[in-house]
Design a protein around this ligand. Structure first.
Ligand SMILES: NC(=O)c1ccc[n+]([C@@H]2O[C@H](COP(=O)([O-])OP(=O)(O)OC[C@H]3O[C@@H](n4cnc5c(N)ncnc54)[C@H](O)[C@@H]3O)[C@@H](O)[C@H]2O)c1
Length: 349
């Protein structure tokens, strides 16, 4: 039974109340997406941040009320869904609290920063109806087209995959109170920036069996206690291989890339663009690189698509597409990479 049904009368609600916890950078993207659903009855009820000025700022921009405490949101009967947009190490505890309060959780990536929490949330969300985790890039038209082509066998079998994310995150990015702090961010480039690209490697390539990784802190050594650079060699469950490289030491934010090498050529995703490669060269199949983005260009344009789907699922009483079972594998791969690098050995995933 889903949460809305639980509160009685299995009513089709006229309105769905949304709350946002964590009113920093990404909250503008979420609030813009929620506001666009006003005509569908979704409304911004409550905003909370431990820095009250941030909640007040978003209240002035988007409406709603500023809550004095997270618990007030949990107790508020007008709130049906809670967006969790806080530092990573807080995600799992907040998701649990939201679910236990009988509300839906929409959590930014990563779902959790420990294996124990990933296991626990996967148990709690056994039917994909309690929580949804943001992996907006899966909704990019380029990714959807690649997935459809691979699933339909248009490219023949898949031999290997390569993923690459090279962004720029310097000292200024890490000067706040949680980025670069292991206990709060849970890691660096892999768990924060590159987890999207790693998730696409799993979405398009299937489950992993093991990986071997090496991570390092280089330009910002001594300043941050999370990794800036990482490379991973992946072995998939069906024995194909993968290669993954991630860096926050680049001079700019390049569009993330994934290449899938297949029997009948290769597919390359670069941002929201898809190319097919064969003996005649590259053919452009999808180009949405200039689609409007809310927030930084590198977030892509699909947050709004996933957030709107989240509310459609609530309204139509459907399971969420990216619940705990879908969101956990990328986080597990990141945690396995950290273990592998620490112990300099292959780690089963
Ligand atoms: N999907 C994407 O493309 C994307 C892009 C950017 C950020 N994110 C994710 O969004 C989340 C937030 O990132 P951000 O860039 O907005 O960070 P941010 O630092 O700008 O905002 C985080 C906010 O959380 C608040 N906060 C900290 N502890 C809190 C608590 N206990 N209760 C309530 N609020 C608390 C902070 O005061 C801050 O305002 C992270 O999980 C991040 O990885 C995702």
């Amino acid at each position: 039974m889903n949460h809305i049904e639980q509160d009685g009368a299995s009513q089709a609600r006229d309105t769905i109340g949304a709350a946002v916890v964590g009113c920093g950078g990404i909250s503008a993207t979420h609030l813009t997406a929620i506001r666009a659903l006003a005509s569908d009855g979704v409304r911004i009820v409550s905003l909370y941040d431990t820095k009250p000025d941030r909640a007040e700022k978003r209240k002035a921009e988007f409406g709603g009320e500023a809550a004095a405490a997270f618990d007030d949101i949990l107790r508020d009967p007008r709130v049906d869904a809670v967006h969790i947009l806080t530092p990573h190490a807080l995600h799992a505890g907040m998701v649990r609290a939201v679910i236990n309060a009988g509300k839906y959780a929409l959590c930014e990536k990563p779902l959790a920063t420990s294996l124990a929490d990933l296991d626990d949330l996967t148990r709690l969300d056994s039917d994909n109806r309690c929580l949804c985790c943001i992996f907006q890039n899966r909704y990019n038209p380029s990714v959807q087209r690649a997935k459809a082509m691979l699933d339909a066998g248009e490219m023949g079998g898949v031999f290997s995959l390569k993923g690459m994310l090279t962004w720029k995150r310097g000292a200024a990015y890490y000067s706040d109170d949680w980025h670069g702090v292991q206990a709060l961010e849970g890691g660096g480039v892999l768990i924060n920036q590159a987890i999207h690209t790693l998730d696409l490697m799993l979405y398009l390539g299937g489950p992993l069996s093991a990986l071997k990784a090496s991570v390092s802190t280089d330009l910002l050594e001594g300043l941050i206690d999370v990794e800036e650079n990482a490379h991973i060699v992946l072995r998939y469950a069906d024995n194909k291989t993968g290669l993954f490289f991630a860096s926050n030491s680049n001079g700019m934010d390049d569009p993330p890339e994934v290449t899938i090498v297949c029997e009948k050529g290769a597919l390359t995703l670069r941002g929201d663009t898809l190319y097919r490669y064969n003996e005649n060269g590259y053919e452009l199949l999808v180009d949405r690189s200039s689609a409007p983005v809310i927030g930084k260009a590198v977030y892509g344009s699909s947050h709004i698509t996933q957030i709107h789907e989240f509310y459609s699922c609530i309204r139509e009483n459907r399971p969420f597409t990216i619940g705990a079972k879908e969101a956990a594998p990328a986080a597990r791969a990141v945690l396995a990479a950290y273990e592998s690098s620490r112990e300099n050995r292959w780690v089963k995933v």
